[in-house]
Write a protein that binds this ligand. Structure first.
Ligand SMILES: Nc1ncnc2c1ncn2[C@@H]1O[C@H](COP(=O)(O)OP(=O)(O)OP(=O)(O)O)[C@@H](O)[C@H]1O
Ligand SMILES: Cc1cn([C@H]2C[C@H](O)[C@@H](COP(=O)(O)O)O2)c(=O)[nH]c1=O
Length: 201
């Protein structure tokens, strides 16, 4: 079963993902951008480049996703493992959807749909996506505004895109209030995961 954690920068995904490793010791814990491949290295170079071309950046993230699928996710799912990914395709739909909407020189009617369409022929939909819901101001504050994505105005448009994704696929998403304490967030996420794992068996 494939479960993904999504949310704005600073919403607490990595904090939860690390704590879950003790509770689900047999699961495969992975992340996007990947942190163990040259595809991921290329993505991190782009994140640090304030002038990165938005379309080129989309395809760097998507290349990293393709390699992540073939090297990590698909083999784990074939073994029947529970896979927990800290960010996945929805991050691309929400973030690059927002970046492309703000960019000049791209004649895209609906950037979010464009990014979704690129993934359709090869990607795998998660069974469950846990969305850590946090307002953009708090998210930017917690994230520390260390890169171009971690600014409140940009994160607000990313948040609107996440809302669109939840609206079009309500059965896949579980929303967790990320303003709660880390322990309360962890409990809600663990409950959602346990319920999905039981239903999946
Ligand atoms: N529930 C919480 N309440 C308050 N602070 C939190 C909470 N969860 C995490 N934090 C803090 O917020 C900061 C960002 O947390 P974390 O790295 O887990 O977020 P993230 O969603 O993974 O961010 P990013 O996408 O930027 O990597 C950290 O300093 C962390 O300690
Ligand atoms: C997977 C993915 C990520 N991003 C953005 C979101 C963050 O600002 C950075 C790095 O992610 P991390 O969780 O903070 O390490 O990249 C994105 O724009 N598009 C994506 O597909």
């Amino acid at each position: 079963m494939l479960v993904t954690l999504e949310g704005l920068d600073g919403s607490g995904k990595t904090t939860v993902w690390e704590s879950l490793q003790d509770r689900f010791p047999d699961a495969v814990f992975t992340r996007e951008p990947t942190d163990d491949s040259w595809y991921g290295d290329a993505v991190y170079r782009s994140i640090e480049d304030d002038d990165a071309d938005p379309l080129a950046e989309l395809f760097l993230y998507t290349a990293d996703h393709a390699a992540h699928l073939s090297r990590v996710i698909e083999p784990a799912l074939e073994r029947g493992d529970l896979v927990l990914s800290d960010r996945y395709s929805d991050s691309r739909f929400a973030y690059q959807g927002a970046t492309l909407a703000a960019a000049d020189g791209h004649d895209l009617d609906d950037p979010l749909e464009y990014v979704v369409d690129i993934h359709r022929p090869f990607s795998i939909d998660p069974e469950l996506t846990i969305y850590l819901d946090l307002d953009s101001e708090t998210a930017a504050e917690r994230a520390g505004t260390t890169n171009k994505f971690e600014r409140a105005a940009y994160l607000e448009s990313v948040r609107e895109n996440y809302e669109r994704l939840i609206e079009r696929d309500p059965d896949r998403f579980v929303r967790v209030d990320a303003t709660q304490s880390p322990d309360a967030v962890l409990e809600d996420v663990s409950d959602a995961l346990a319920a999905a794992a039981e239903a999946f068996e």
